[in-house]
Write a protein that binds this ligand. Structure first.
Ligand SMILES: CC(C)(COP(=O)(O)OP(=O)(O)OC[C@H]1O[C@@H](n2cnc3c(N)ncnc32)[C@H](O)[C@@H]1OP(=O)(O)O)[C@@H](O)C(=O)NCCC(=O)NCCS
Length: 205
């Protein structure tokens, strides 16, 4: 038998998954779905999704690569990523803010003593949109914020066409945001964590 003909045999022999003591095949695959806070190592994956989602539409991203690094270094606990078999498919990045309303500084600063989570960006990889992932990720993120004792509310700015999406997630319109980016104007929206969190923190879960 030539080496070329023998190769498929060896492949079959060596690539077969090992059997465990119960005779079942062990699986060495990555988890189908995983939610976890992001780390600075995830920054490139985040930026790739952002670039596709925003650059072609508005010419710019909410967070540039250095800003993604900045927030994932300063406050990774305020981010959440959704991974499918190890691949990032959706994410949220937040930081703390200490004023009633958002101002230009909120785009770049993390205020460690703030009680408001400023959600800088939510984005879903283009091939996974319109499948409920954006809503589910936001829901999980808000549930997670309820477990953080220092968080009273979450706030974000969005364009008009996303008001209904965020309203369905439970956000309420606060009014026009003072921040503008180029010619873009935004609406500021708010989600009160405190009342929900109080019930949750006192229910023992
Ligand atoms: C906006 C975004 C996060 C929504 O995530 P998604 O997984 O596609 O949305 P879901 O499947 O959970 O929800 C779909 C709902 O949101 C609405 N929606 C989603 N994207 C929308 C858009 N660009 N414009 C208007 N409505 C939109 C849909 O109409 C749908 O409403 P319905 O339930 O009444 O049919 C996603 O489209 C995305 O990443 N877009 C690019 C980045 C972006 O704009 N991010 C938000 C600003 S930071």
């Amino acid at each position: 038998m030539s080496m070329i003909n023998a190769l498929p045999f060896f492949k079959t022999l060596y690539l077969r998954p090992p059997q465990n003591s119960l005779g079942r095949q062990r699986r060495h695959t990555l988890p189908a779905s995983e939610f976890r806070c992001l780390t600075p190592e995830d920054a490139i994956g985040v930026f790739e999704i952002e670039r596709e989602a925003f650059t072609s539409v508005s010419g710019d991203c909410p967070l540039h690569l250095d800003e993604i690094h900045h927030f994932l270094n300063l406050c990774p606990e305020l981010s959440l990523g959704w991974f499918e078999e190890g691949q990032l498919v959706a994410f949220i990045i937040g930081s703390l803010w200490d004023q009633e309303r958002l101002s230009q500084d909120a785009l770049t600063l993390h205020k460690p003593h703030g009680t408001t989570v400023h959600i800088h960006v939510l984005a879903v990889h283009c091939t996974f949109r319109q499948q409920g992932k954006g809503s589910i990720l936001m829901w999980r993120y808000l549930q997670y914020l309820c477990s953080l004792p220092y968080v009273r509310r979450a706030t974000l700015m969005c364009e008009d066409f996303l008001i209904s999406f965020y309203s369905k997630c439970g956000f309420k319109v606060l009014g026009p945001c003072e921040i503008t980016v180029g010619s873009l104007n935004f609406i500021e929206m708010n989600y009160a964590i405190q009342a929900h969190a109080f019930m949750r923190r006192n229910s023992g879960c």
